[in-house]
Design a protein. Structure first.
Length: 195
């Protein structure tokens, strides 16, 4: 027979933690799927469902305990928040920044290219006259530093940021400590030395 402390405190806390973990994993699984990171998804799914079964079986054994229901729902909400927080820290994926400016963009182009960023410049016509569109494809974790450069040189520029499904080739900054061969393998995934 279960004690009141276990039924009303310990069990709901365990259900809350289990539900938080399984929803965090579900959130990460969906984010990985949308970012194209597919190899780890089956493992995450297995662990996620195993944890979910533990939480649900605990509730079924204690249908009379309203705190189990509250813990289950609270764990769901907290799991979403934790999953999103983890994903923000991982900063997975690639994004494209579109900078639209009516000013001369030469200094901005030089500053971006000095950071070894690939920048494409397009002449276009805006609603109030000629504009330049700068396209910059970068890793999501580098977006903040790129926006600092854009704001420093063209603080009033309009820009948009969108996720990119996949990227091949192009110009990307070399990572610290990365050799030329590792850089080439990252940029050209099928590159093999000696071929």
């Amino acid at each position: 027979m279960q004690t009141d402390l276990y039924s009303w405190v310990v069990l709901p806390v365990l259900i809350f933690l289990c539900r938080m973990c399984d929803v965090t994993l579900a959130t990460l699984r969906n984010i990985f799927l949308s970012r194209g990171v597919r190899k780890i998804i089956p493992i995450i799914g297995f662990v996620e469902v195993l944890i979910w079964l533990l939480a649900v079986s605990s509730i079924i054994k204690n249908l009379h305990n309203i705190m189990c229901y509250v813990a289950f729902a609270g764990g769901y909400s907290m799991g979403i928040l934790v999953g999103i927080s983890i994903e923000k820290r991982l900063a997975l994926g690639t994004q494209i920044i579109r900078v639209i400016t009516s000013r001369q963009s030469e200094k901005l182009l030089q500053a971006l290219r000095a950071q070894n960023l690939g920048v494409t410049e397009i002449d276009a016509m805006g609603s109030q006259g000629p504009v330049k569109i700068l396209l910059i494809v970068a890793k999501r974790k580098n977006i903040a530093s790129i926006l600092e450069i854009v704001n420093e040189h063209h603080g009033s520029s309009f820009f948009t940021i969108e996720d990119v499904r996949s990227v091949e080739q192009g110009i990307f900054p070399i990572k610290a400590g990365e050799g030329k061969i590792q850089y080439l393998r990252r940029i050209f995934p099928t590159f093999k030395p000696g071929r």
